[in-house]
Each structure stands twice: as structure tokens, then as C-alpha cells.
Design a protein around this ligand. Structure first.
Ligand code: ADP
Length: 515
């Protein structure tokens, strides 16, 4: 999935004035209507160009507010601020414990404002507010708390060394883990707040400074988080937030000579552009990219949990998850029952605006994303895939797609190979376990996978055989701040969350002292 190229500053979504009614929300913050600025060196400033773009409610296509369109000059200023904050000033001299306390304070503030963030996330991204309130926001709070704890636990080791060419000499040798420096972080629109937390948490715990570029489709929660970062007391310049488009602000950040590392989450296609941009001065890169995750239901699976599990694996967040269970492999003994179960769940999903309390699935994030998903559905059907549920756009206003289950799919079809990033699952029967493992692994991606079985040995054997960064057994979409997440193959480089995330933001220095 990739944005169409944008040559000028304009709304990321085309204007659609038709409206799906959004119920009045008493807690809707007045803040949302105000024009939004860039956070550079502790100050909220307009873009150097003076330009802005509209961010839009995808349930209606109506403009929520205008947001500063940052570009190269703003990135230059933000990087300079981050460099200064890294090399001198209070952040540099702060103890690890003080850093941890600031991150914890940010978590507390976020928790205090959880309702407001759930509303912002729902309005800007389209996801059900109730889901944002129980998933996105608490996961972000927890991630910050988890990383706050790490701030005081990042340490090196000592080594007994025996240098063969220095007989009789004595040395004391140790390593220390140092912050990597100034980090550029580019995040996507599917979990705007949570992706900001995944990026900022480990960077701040390790003592880095940051220039964060939110996705142009969903800048609001990151900007509000910027206000809380200031309120928590982070020194100026430690976190800078530059909103803008990928081809301008994003590209300027990824290739900036003043940053030491770029961390990116988004499409594999843009991930490759990031690598190219970062390669001229070999800055460090970490990537969390696309997926086409296999979800395998074995003959001995408990179908009462596997069927709703398979439905939620694909329909959670409208399928706009890099780890969505989009290839559903079912043993032929249960194929009809599982397909009918998932299709029936799909038909029952209440699709509507994210702010409606009974909505279970909101709109896709943008008109561009709607067109992409509809294009892939059309391509699949023209190649012989058959929808047993959904298959079309939902309604005429907003960017809604029906939850869809496709059968009669074949390897090689675009719907089987490409990341759709929408509520569309391809169900495929299998008979032989080795064959299904081959099929599951036969894709350019390797982000996540799942297996449903009541046989413990098979569960572990298949988990070991699957080429994916996460394997869920008898569950799906289970995330925790302590569990590393990232991809094999073209799904990325490095692991976010868990202790492994700290590796992405530190350099190891070996010190050798002759005694
Ligand atoms: P999607 O196709 O789902 O919009 P992208 O991978 O294009 O996902 O976007 C993820 C993030 O990458 C967004 O913040 C976007 O602005 C940014 N981005 C897009 N193109 C580029 C680019 N050429 N260089 C740097 N960042 C980019």
C-alpha cells in the first residue's frame, strides 16, 4: 500500500462533502478545530512555507482541522533542535532515573486523558472509539510505563580478557550502552497514537532525542501527545513533531545528514525508499513493514475459539493491521464450517462511524485506501475469487468497505500475494501439514502467523517451522509491551517493544583499560 505521489500541499483525502451522521460527542475537545502547528524546540510554530493541509474524518469526508505542512526547512530546524538537546542541556545531564520518571509521568497524563485520545483517534483514523479506548490508548500507556522501567536498567558488562600478544599485561574491560543519538521516526496511520508510543518509548528510555513525523492522514493524536510531553516536563528539543507529507517531510527526514538513525513503520515499498535515503551516510535503520499473515486452522482445532479468532484476526482495525490474518488456511475437514462461521461473523459486524457507540467496524482511513482495497477486490473477483460475505463498498458516503471473505483463491492472485490492508480474508483449504507450512511461508512477508490446534506438540512444531516474527497459538493479535514485534523477510529489520527495542536505540562501546 502506497500513497499516490503528491506534488503540492493539499488535503490527503479528496474532498467528499456527503456526510454520514456522526452523533454529537460531549467530550469532543474544542482543541480539535484549532489549526495545528509543528513542535520544534519546545515551541508550536507554523510551517516555514506557511502551508497547511486538511485532516479529514473518514466517516464523512469532512475536514476536522488544518495541520501545518512541514517540509525540508522545518525538518532542518527540528533536527537542529534535537541535535542541540542531545549534545547539551538538561536531557544530556539527566540521570536515567529522572528520564524514567518523565516517561512514567507522560504515561500518567495519557491515562488521565484516555477518553479524549480515544475520541481523537476515532475521528482522525475512523476506528471505533470504544476499541481505541480499550486497546490503542491503554496499550500506549502501558508501553510508556514499560519503557520507563527500562531507563535505569540499560547497562553493559565486564569481560575477563586474555590478549595473547600482551603477555603479563592486565586489563579491565567493560561495555557501556549509549544512546544512538538523534533519531528520525516516521509512523503510519493505522494505530497513530500507539505507533508514536512504540517509537518514542524506547528512544526516550535510552536517552535519544527525536524528530517524529506522523502520517499525514492521522496527525492529531501525536500532536496532542506533544502537548502532554511538554506538560510532563521533557526538556525543549527532546521530542520534535513535524507533520507533513511523506514525499516532502518524510523524505527530508529519512535522508537527513543530521540524524543518526531512522525508524520507520509503514509499507514495504516506502521502507525500501527509506533504506535508499538512509544509505548515503549509512545511518542506522529499523523497519516495521507489511505482512500477509497466514492463519492456520488444523483438523484438531477447537472450532468454537478458532472461528471467532479467525474473524477477529482479519477484521480487527478493519484489517488495517500489518499483522492481519489475511490468508486463512483451514483443514479441508472443517473448511465449509469455518468459512461459513467467519462469513456469518462478517455479515453481523456493525459497520458505521467510529463515534457511534454500537459501531464494530469504522471506515477505512482514506479515499485512497478505499480505492486500493476495492481495486484489489475487483482484481480478485476477475481472476475467479468468490466472496461468500461482503465484496463491495458499504454505503456511498465515507470510506466504508464490507467485511469480506473470499474463497476460490489461488496462489499468484494479487489478493493472495499482496497486502490488502482492509477487511478482506482469503480462505484456502489444505489437507497436509507440510503443504500448509510451505504455503504459509511462500510469501515475501514474514511478520506474523497463527496456528489453531489442540495438539501441543504440533503447536510448537509448526510455530518453529513458520518464518514469522510472531506466532500466535490458539489466539491472535495479542500484543504486550514486553513481547518483541517485527518481521522476517520483507516485513522489516529489527524488533520493537520488549528489551530488543532498546537495541535499536543504543550503540555498544567497548572500553579497555590497561591496569
Ligand atoms: P500508506 O501507504 O499506508 O499510507 P506509507 O508507507 O506510505 O503507508 O506511509 C507510512 C509513513 O511513511 C507516513 O508517515 C508517510 O507520510 C511516510 N512516507 C510516505 N512516503 C515516504 C517517503 N518517500 N519518505 C519518507 N516517508 C514517507
Amino acid at each position: 500500500m502506497k500513497a499516490a505521489s503528491r506534488t503540492s500541499v493539499r488535503s490527503p483525502r479528496s474532498k467528499n462533502t456527503s456526510s454520514t451522521s456522526v452523533p454529537a460527542q460531549p467530550e469532543l475537545p474544542g482543541w480539535i478545530r484549532e489549526p495545528k502547528h509543528l513542535l520544534i524546540n519546545g515551541k508550536w510554530v507554523e510551517a516555514a512555507s506557511g502551508e497547511s493541509f486538511a485532516t479529514v474524518d473518514p466517516a464523512s469526508g469532512s475536514t476536522l482541522c488544518h495541520v501545518a505542512a512541514g517540509a525540508k526547512e522545518d525538518i532542518d530546524q527540528a533536527v537542529a533542535a534535537a541535535r542541540n538537546a542531545f549534545e547539551s542541556g538538561p536531557w544530556r545531564s539527566m540521570t536515567a532515573s529522572e528520564r524514567g520518571r518523565l516517561i512514567w509521568r507522560l504515561a500518567d497524563l495519557l491515562e488521565e486523558h484516555a477518553d479524549e485520545f480515544a475520541t481523537l483517534e476515532s475521528l482522525d483514523n475512523g476506528k471505533p472509539r470504544a476499541v481505541a479506548r480499550v486497546a490503542d490508548v491503554p496499550l500506549a500507556v502501558d508501553l510508556f510505563r514499560y519503557m520507563a522501567g527500562w531507563a535505569t536498567k540499560i547497562h553493559g558488562s565486564t569481560f575477563p580478557i586474555s590478549v595473547p600478544y600482551a603477555p603479563g599485561a592486565q586489563f579491565f574491560s567493560y561495555t557501556q550502552r549509549e544512546p544512538i543519538g538523534v533519531v528520525g521516526q516516521i509512523i503510519p496511520w493505522n494505530f497513530p497514537l500507539l505507533m508514536a508510543a512504540w517509537k518514542l518509548g524506547p528512544a526516550l528510555a535510552t536517552g535519544c532525542t527525536v524528530v517524529l513525523k506522523p502520517a499525514e492522514q492521522t496527525p492529531l493524536s501525536a500532536l496532542r501527545l506533544g502537548e502532554l510531553i511538554q506538560q510532563a516536563g521533557f526538556p525543549d528539543g527532546v521530542v520534535n513533531i513535524v507533520t507533513g507529507f511523506g514525499e516532502t517531510a518524510g523524505a527530508a527526514l529519512a535522508g537527513h545528514p543530521g540524524i543518526d538513525k531512522v525508524a520507520f513503520t509503514g509499507s514495504t515499498e516506502v521502507g525500501k525508499l527509506i533504506v535508499r535515503a538512509a544509505s548515503h551516510d549509512l545511518k542506522k535503520v529499523s523497519l516495521e513493514l507489511g505482512g500477509k499473515s497466514p492463519n492456520i486452522v488444523l483438523a484438531d482445532a477447537d472450532l468454537e475459539t478458532a472461528i471467532p479468532g479467525a474473524a477477529s484476526a482479519i477484521f480487527f482495525n478493519h484489517g488495517q493491521c500489518c499483522c492481519a490474518g489475511s490468508r486463512l488456511y483451514v483443514h479441508k475437514k472443517h473448511f465449509d464450517q469455518v468459512v461459513e462461521g467467519v462469513a456469518s461473523a462478517a455479515r453481523k459486524i456493525k459497520v458505521g462511524p467510529g463515534l457511534s457507540p454500537d459501531t464494530e467496524m469504522g471506515p477505512l482511513v482514506s479515499e485512497e485506501q478505499l480505492n486500493r482495497v476495492m481495486g484489489l477486490l475487483k482484481s480478485g473477483q476477475s481472476e475467479g475469487a468468490k466472496p461468500v460475505a461482503g465484496g463491495s463498498r458499504h454505503g456511498k458516503a465515507g470510506y466504508f468497505v464490507q467485511p469480506t471473505v473470499l474463497v476460490n483463491t489461488q496462489p499468484g492472485m494479487r489478493v493472495m500475494e499482496e497486502e490488502i490492508f482492509g477487511p478482506v480474508v482469503c480462505a484456502v483449504p489444505f489437507t497436509d501439514e507440510e503443504e500448509v507450512i510451505r504455503s504459509a511461508n511462500g510469501n515475501i512477508y514474514g511478520l506474523a502467523a497463527a496456528v489453531w490446534t489442540s495438539n501441543l506438540s504440533k503447536a510448537h512444531r509448526i510455530a518453529s517451522a513458520l518464518r514469522a516474527g510472531t506466532v500466535w497459538v490458539n489466539c491472535y493479535n495479542i500484543f504486550d509491551a514486553a513481547l518483541p514485534f517485527g518481521g522476517y523477510k520483507q516485513s522489516g529489520w529489527g524488533r520493537e517493544m520488549g528489551a530488543e527495542a532498546l537495541e535499536l536505540y543504543t550503540e555498544t562501546k567497548a572500553v579497555c583499560v590497561r591496569l
